[in-house]
Design a protein around this ligand. Sequence first.
Ligand SMILES: Cc1ncc(COP(=O)(O)O)c(C=O)c1O
Length: 405
Amino acid sequence: MTYRPAHRLADIEPFHVVELLTRARQLEAEGRDIIHMEVGEPDFPTPEPIAEAAIAAIRDHKTLYTQALGLPELRAAISAFYGQRYGVTVPASRIAITNGASGALNLAFAALANPGDEWLLADPGYPCNRHILRTYEGLPRSIPVGPDSNFQPTPEQVSAEWNERTAGLLVASPANPTGTLLTLDEIAALANECRAKDGHFLVDEIYHGLTYAPSPKGTCSAAQEVPLGDEVDAPTACAAGDDIWVINSFSKYFQMTGWRLGWMVIPEPYVRDVEKLAQNLTLCPSTPAQYAALAAFAPATIEILEARRGEFRRRRDFLAPALEAIGFRVTARPEGAFYLYCDCSALAADSFVLARDLLEKTGVAATPGLDFGSNEPEKHIRFAYTTEIPRLAEAVSRLSAYFGR
Ligand SMILES: Cc1ncc(COP(=O)(O)O)c(C=O)c1O
């Protein structure tokens, strides 16, 4: 039979970094020591109490389908978490448990996107957004963002880009690949702009919890250390209105990437629509993973996660100045997630060529800007600090040697 994939496949690109990863694995197989700074997932194992809860659930045969929107106890636990951590009331009835933030984004666009609708997305941004959107026949429209607005879209840009085909806006805070945050005022202003246009507003909060003290400079140093316990977490978009779609996940802060579990706060009128879609598209999220996640909010688990958050911050505080000393420029304020999005134009003409050369010559793997959009990708490269400080130090010394610094 003739090979005849759906037309939409023409617009779905692979992750370019996969090519690099394949080469990294080849080099590792040949015995080379590769430092993985391209990886977008925590290097820590899932906390023990979560793993134990999963094992107990499986032993107790809690392995049947749950309701399509998820276990009522877990939806209630997430609702309570919003109250405790952010002081906001989010009713459990508006919370859907999903197959990761990916599952939430699929359900949101399946519920909202019409063929030919345009959706505003920040560039650079998480690449899968535009491909998920395209799968549901929506069209991504990029808003180029840069250092002027800390790599986040502004209401003025949203207003300027909006046209009669625009259906909504998706932002992320903390963002990938930059780690930048939106303040509550900024979220509220973007929400107002969308309301004024009668459009949808989606906020991806997958890196929530992984936030660090803000720095007035662009990079952060240990000298600016603030005790973690005294920090106010990034504001949740739930505080800016109940018409906002808020996407979250157990993948990053809770360190459960492979469990495939996330959630979404849905504006009330759409809850039934998402439920119908979830019933048909996935039946339910993984049952053992949902029972495991019930242990995610226990004080013993949060203690483990907060200690790890401290470690992520120490890594960031080590890596940002070290990369700047080599000649990379950290132009996005890295206040969250575990990424440094660096301007490498003073060091190389094309970050994709640079990433390949760094891998071959130094064994340091990083993600070129090309994966995150078309807004000056050749000038940027993303380093993930998802590896421990001695390995980061080794990477810095290899990079220093490569650039002769
Ligand atoms: C900004 C952003 N959103 C969503 C996802 C999807 O994550 P998951 O499906 O594991 O929750 C990722 C993964 O890296 C991400 O960086």
